[in-house]
Design a protein around this ligand. Sequence first.
Ligand SMILES: [Zn+2]
Length: 246
Amino acid sequence: MPLYTTDALVLRTYQLGEADRIVVFLTRDRGKRRGVANGARRPRSRFGGGLEPLTLTRLAYFERERRDLVRLSYVEPSCSPLMAGDGNALGYVEYFAELLDECVPEGDPNPALFRLGAAVVEALLTSVPIARLARYFEYWVLRLQGVYPSLAMCQQCGGRADEGGRVDPVAGGFSCRGCTDNRGIFLSGEAVRFLWRAAATPPGRLSDVELSEGAARELEHAHRGLIAAHLEKELRSARVLKAMER
Ligand SMILES: [Zn+2]
């Protein structure tokens, strides 16, 4: 049985029998994997708190021939969202993990997505406003999936995008105010400009990129529509988050 050692991001766990857990994790260069952590539900398990969603960890696992489930040997957490002082940020952990889990097919290497996830977990521990981080994360996850419409210009007339317009989650594309026929979800010029700037900013520096409450709501609404159209469902944790915010 070959042993692999890699950096990985824990996405979720399930109970397995009396004492074990199944762990879904995103590796740096081997895509998403599913593995058994023997004894993880026992007190004083060697996996400790390293299996919480969105824990960034060094881990080792055995590949088993003709089996989809690998076997975890050890995890060594390097960064845990549980270290975030901001309770607000903690509410987003399940959501970020579920979004990644749902978007990533098993065994399909995607180092860019791993780097994004790792950088966002590190940013969770800073004072970056969580709404900006969430919109940034959704934008990049969708972009790396090839789902986000280009906001470089209006797709119909080639005119400027930074005066606002509409994204169409179903048909795709972005149309300026002059061309839109009111289908799709409105984004103001401010929302578009935030994404332009955010695209070139590491997540830990998002405090420098202004985003008003109104523009953040527009982006939240647009991203929810794009995610639902892409995954053909609404994320469970997004509904929980929405209920928490009320
Ligand atoms: Zn146009």
